[in-house]
Design a protein around this ligand. Structure first.
Ligand code: PMP
Length: 287
């Protein structure tokens, strides 16, 4: 079966899904996107992802082509048509197709493209072994709170990480970690508190981060919402990242230095379990 994608109102085989040459997503990176995890065929934290989409679209002044209920049924239909039990739903909205010119076009219709990527999340080997990260300068623009499709800085950051033998880049500004190339960054202090950077224009408001903070609070784990330096991360008891396509992943080395004893830590493991339990019961989690 060929992969089915959604493009501008139609479900069709990926080979037939064509975007016009003058799409502003292609020409300017003029668009925003979302990515949602799927477990047991169900979308995880979908309402919060759609809320973030609405905000991203409003910030860049692209009209939202669908209601939340319409978005949800498109996502569910795509998951169903691809028979995907576990993985990721990606979609992007660009400002549409128009002759190349910086000004907003008068009558362009937003382009909507959506696809699925099957992926093992719950039993990913990286969750057992943990991953390595390396730090790189954060070279992005000043509105990182918008989930823009402009990902060149992250492409370069993550490629640098790969070439250094790591799986993720932690981006650094003024000595403080902002976030991962495609994930939120956390450390755990020796006293057992979670440390995460507060929301601002400097980072994307991660949806997995938001759920994780709620779950950690319910579990009585102390939280320090503040910036942390690279040196503090080197010296942390544990480190981990969160994202919709990985949930919670232990970070066991930073710039080649082992974090703690170099194995996934107990608080990280507990948080991953709590997140998985929530993801397995999305109806309850949505309350
Ligand atoms: N930060 C950045 C820069 C990201 O690209 C992502 C993933 N899209 C995240 C954080 C994690 O966000 P979420 O938990 O919503 O996937």
């Amino acid at each position: 079966m060929s992969r089915i994608v959604f493009l501008n109102g139609s479900f069709l085989p990926i080979e037939e899904a064509k975007v016009p040459f003058m799409d502003r997503g292609f020409m300017f990176g003029d668009g925003v996107y979302e990515g949602i995890g799927v477990l047991n065929g169900r979308l995880i934290d979908n309402e919060a992802h759609l809320e973030r989409l609405e905000r991203s679209l409003a910030e860049v002044r692209i009209p939202n082509p669908y209601t939340r209920a319409e978005w949800t049924s498109l996502e569910e239909e795509l998951v169903r048509r691809n028979g995907m039990a576990e993985g990721f739903v990606y979609f992007q909205v660009t400002r549409g197709v128009a002759e190349r010119d910086f000004f907003f076009p008068d009558n362009a219709k937003p382009t909507v493209a959506m696809f699925t990527q099957a992926k093992s999340i719950a039993s990913a080997p990286a969750a057992e072994t943990g991953i390595a990260v390396v730090t790189v300068p954060d070279m992005r623009w000043e509105r990182r709170d918008i989930k823009s499709i402009n990902l060149l800085a992250q492409v370069l950051a993550k490629q640098a990480a790969k070439e250094a033998g790591a799986q993720e880049a932690w981006m650094v500004q003024d000595g403080y970690v902002t976030e991962g190339g495609s994930s939120s960054a956390f450390i755990v202090t020796k006293k057992g508190s979670i440390v995460v950077r507060p929301l601002s224009n400097a980072i994307l408001p991660g949806i997995t981060r938001k759920s994780l903070l709620r779950l950690s609070q319910e579990a009585g784990i102390a939280l320090e919402e503040r910036r942390f330096t690279v040196e503090e991360a080197y010296d942390a008891a544990e480190a981990f990242l969160t994202s919709a396509s990985n949930f919670v992943l232990p970070v066991v080395s930073i710039d080649g230095r082992p974090v703690g004893d170099g194995k996934p830590g107990p608080i990280t493991k507990r948080l991953r379990e709590l997140y998985l339990d929530m993801a397995r019961l999305p109806a309850i989690a949505a309350e």
